[in-house]
Design a protein around this ligand. Structure first.
Ligand code: ACO
Length: 378
């Protein structure tokens, strides 16, 4: 087999159909179930977008009301999940905490429900995780800060309640809006690494919880979801707009990857960035964060100018989450809270039309050899 036949990283390989979303790098567009993501971010709540991803259509007013009622009444942190989180060291990475907590939710569920991978059962599990993950993320950030748990509030929508549970105060309208937009933009992106991981796990007929736990593991890496955290580390390291040039000289000489830039599919810019950048701009104005905005613009201009590699969604979302007040290691779990919608839509789609995902490899190890003195018995 020649090197050309090896599809390293599965780059350019189409492995299945999906009706969940369409990424078109030529036109820089992203459709969720046919709707441009920008239109959804401007007009729909994250709750409505979750239902769109799961069901294939935007909800009726009644369907949305029912789901909101369910979500608002399942936001609390189960005692066993909270106790498990409490057992974890305070310096455990929040992605490890989120991965562990979701695993505990799956292990606590009745075994027959876990094993039932019918659409109705998987949808119920997806909705449960949607409601629970914010409590996990918020509680973990609070305990690391030495703050007490804040109970959820059923009078607030998903985004406002998430911010309430994290910070213990009601979010300003601008902040809640920017946060909700980030959730919509992060919700789904076809066969990215974490979604593909979830589909691989589902293809073995393993349960939805196992698939989501695996997807969280895949999302943690800095080449994928971990990039939003890594962006903030880079911006902290550079410090101010004046330092961008010399910092970039060194970073590029050392062949460092500049986090928040580049994408496997989009080569001319990420379709989600303008919407998230606009949300970031509203936060900059709200918090008076002109220095951060100047640093953001300077790095983008300089890096795009030198390399022609464009920002991806993690570039504006990292500093946006920083302005809202999230600790940097909490950024990627926020991506989990959003992407659990897309993951579970794909899990349901994979299960409905399954084929075990099992590619081939070309062996390039040592030639066949034998144990000295071994004599076959027959
Ligand atoms: N900084 C510096 N150079 C880069 C970057 C970057 N961010 N992205 C790509 N390049 C360069 C590579 O070094 C490589 O150069 P070479 O051909 O001279 O070796 C070339 O561009 C192609 O890059 P690959 O990494 O091979 O392309 P791939 O399609 O595999 O990469 C990836 C996509 C992994 C996202 C890459 O752009 C990257 O590492 N970016 C930084 C991490 C990041 O922001 N990830 C978030 C992805 S989006 C999301 O999860 C929402």
């Amino acid at each position: 087999m020649s090197d050309a036949e090896i599809k390293k990283g599965l780059a350019g390989v189409t492995v299945d159909y999906t009706a969940v979303s369409k990424v078109n790098p030529e036109t820089n567009s992203l459709l969720y179930r046919g709707y441009p993501v920008q239109e959804l971010a401007a007009t729909q709540s994250f709750e409505a977008v979750a239902l769109l991803l799961w069901n294939g259509d935007l909800p009726t007013a009644e369907e949305l009301r029912e789901f909101e009622e369910f979500e608002r009444s399942h936001r609390d942190l189960d005692a066993a999940v909270r106790t498990t989180i409490d057992l974890l060291p305070l310096d455990a990475h929040p992605m490890d905490v989120a991965r562990t907590a979701v695993s505990v939710i799956g292990a606590l569920a009745p075994a027959a429900d876990v094993a039932d991978n019918s659409v109705a059962s998987d949808l119920a599990k997806a909705k449960l995780l949607f409601a629970k993950i914010p409590a996990i993320v918020a509680y973990d950030q609070r305990r690391r800060r030495g703050e007490a748990l804040v109970e959820p509030r059923a009078d607030l929508d998903y985004a406002r309640n998430f911010l309430w549970m994290t910070f213990g105060e009601e979010a300003d309208e601008v902040v809640a809006r920017a946060f909700a937009v980030s959730m919509v933009l992060y919700a789904e992106h076809s066969f990215n690494a974490s979604t593909f991981t979830a589909r691989v796990i589902t293809s073995t007929t393993a349960d939805l919880y196992s698939a989501v736990v695996g997807a969280i593991g895949a999302l943690k890496g800095a080449l994928h979801g971990g990039a939003n955290e890594a962006v903030m580390h880079i911006l902290d390291e550079i410090g101010s707009a004046e330092n961008v040039g010399p910092w970039l000289d060194t970073a590029l000489a050392e062949k460092r990857k500049i986090m928040g830039f580049g994408h496997r599919v989009y080569k001319k810019g990420d379709s989600r960035v303008p919407t998230m950048k606009a949300a970031f701009d509203t936060l900059v104005a709200h918090y008076g964060a002109d220095d951060l905005a100047a640093l953001y613009d300077a790095l983008e201009t300089e890096f795009v100018g030198r390399k022609g590699i464009y920002p991806n969604l993690d570039y504006p979302s990292g500093p946006a989450y920083h302005l809202i007040g999230f600790d940097t290691p909490t950024f990627t779990p926020l991506f989990v809270a959003a992407r659990v919608t897309g993951w579970t839509a794909h899990i349901i789609e994979q299960a409905a039309s399954n084929a075990l995902i099992r590619p081939l490899s070309a062996y390039n190890g040592v030639d066949e050899r034998h144990i000295d003195g071994y004599i076959a018995s027959d």
